[in-house]
Design a protein around this ligand. Structure first.
Ligand SMILES: Cc1ncc(COP(=O)(O)O)c(C=O)c1O
Length: 403
């Protein structure tokens, strides 16, 4: 039978993102393309024990649970935010989601009509861009660089377009790893308040600090009356800090938003896995698992991997590229030599068994064509060496032909 898909779905299915992910998952393919944390650092043994404890505690653990999620885990999160993030949130104001991705999907479906203008940090995460395109949003890119966001341009766009949402990752964006300063956070929050824009603060990478001893400013949600101001929706997950396979994320914000998202979530999947939420809660409250030490371990390891990638970028292959050293997160955002497009380079390196994320998939419009995103958290040392050499060698083939 010939299936006739909705126009937007057909565009989603044709996206090169799916092709890259399919290839990258094949055994022996070196992927610097994906958003994968280091799996050697997953706390597998303690999770195994937690799974046993949870499953043997009685059949009720396998029953349908609270649609908003397992309350003790929501309480753990709010206690953590209170002590470390100066956020004062009622656990009933937290909705547990199937990762941050679902939180973004829910808020976009709740608020955005086709053609509605939405501000999106540029460059930004491919996943958010796809959700917005599926909803038919009119994307308004907000350019960010190492110096921060252009506030005058942002205000002009807010005044002219009256967007409902601004989706951004103030603490280490995917792909750039930029960090908004305290002053920028305050100024952007003031603009959101002035123009009635909801800031969707994606804190997926907020715990991954690559510069030792760097002070991370409070989240924008904390500045918005300790999370009670209603201008910020704070989202995040355990994907990058514990394991993405547990598919546990959260969203907190004004009760009316949480209520709306919860109603939509019940249409999508009733609730996220309460088994996984119990398992996580068990792990987080196990005295043998020290959450803050675990974060420190991840950060130490990722600093080593970033250092290796920076060393490799100093090799002659890469002499014509430019980049900024990320402050956090899991990626390097690299500008290719003049005249070389990331899609062309990707086509040339994939048959060699390596992939990266082409920059166009991290931007609205075509402005990302001359960039690539390289992941350094997942590949092991040998893979990283080989993958970077294969890509670098191919860049040199292009630049040699050009000159
Ligand atoms: C910025 C950003 N937000 C959200 C996600 C989705 O992650 P998850 O749904 O696993 O929390 C990702 C994935 O890597 C991401 O990079």
């Amino acid at each position: 039978m010939q299936y006739s898909y909705a126009t937007r779905t057909a565009a989603l299915l044709a996206s090169p993102l799916r092709h890259i992910r399919d290839h990258a998952r094949r055994h022996s393919f070196i992927s610097l393309a994906e958003e994968l944390p280091a799996q050697e650092l997953f706390p597998v043994k303690l999770l195994d024990e937690a799974a046993h404890e949870v499953l043997t505690s009685g059949p009720a653990v396998l029953q349908y649970g609270d649609p908003e999620g397992y309350l003790p885990l929501r309480e753990w999160l709010t206690a953590e935010w209170k002590s470390r993030k100066r956020m004062n949130v009622d656990p009933r104001q937290v909705l547990l989601t199937t990762g941050t991705q679902q939180a973004i999907d829910l808020v976009v479906r709740l608020m955005v009509n086709a053609e509605d203008p939405v501000l999106i940090e540029q460059p930004g995460s491919p996943g958010s861009l796809q959700v917005l395109s599926m909803q038919g949003a009119r994307l308004i890119p907000v350019q960010a660089d190492a110096q921060g966001t252009d506030l005058e341009a942002l205000e002009r766009r807010m005044a002219a377009d009256r967007p409902k949402l601004f989706i951004a990752a103030p603490s280490f964006s995917n792909p750039t790893g930029f960090l908004w300063t305290l002053e920028q956070r305050q100024q952007i929050l003031s603009l959101c308040q002035k123009y009635n824009v909801l800031l969707v603060e994606d804190d997926s990478y907020g715990e991954l600090h690559l510069h030792q001893n760097e002070q991370i400013p409070p989240s924008v949600a904390a500045l918005d009356d300790e999370g009670r101001g209603g201008h910020v929706l704070y989202i995040g997950s355990f994907s990058k800090t514990i394991a993405p396979g547990l598919r546990t994320g959260w969203v907190t914000g004004h009760p009316s938003l949480i209520e709306g998202m919860s109603a939509l979530k019940q249409l999508a999947d009733m609730q996220s896995s309460s088994m996984n939420q119990r398992l996580l809660h068990h792990l987080l409250t196990d005295h043998r698992f020290r959450w803050h030490d675990h974060l420190e371990l991840l950060n130490r390891e990722y600093r080593v991997r970033l250092k290796l990638m920076l060393e490799l970028l100093k090799r002659p292959f890469w002499k014509e590229v430019t980049y900024h050293v990320p402050g956090g997160g899991m990626y390097m955002w690299v500008r290719l030599p003049e005249g070389l497009e990331s899609a062309t380079l990707l086509k040339a390196v994939m048959p060699k068994g390596v992939a990266f994320m082409p920059g166009a998939l991290c931007t609205a419009g075509n402005s990302g064509n001359s960039y690539i995103r390289l992941n350094f958290s997942h590949p092991g040392r040998e893979e990283l060496l080989m993958g970077m050499n294969l890509i670098g060698e191919t860049i040199t083939e292009f630049t040699a032909r050009r000159s």
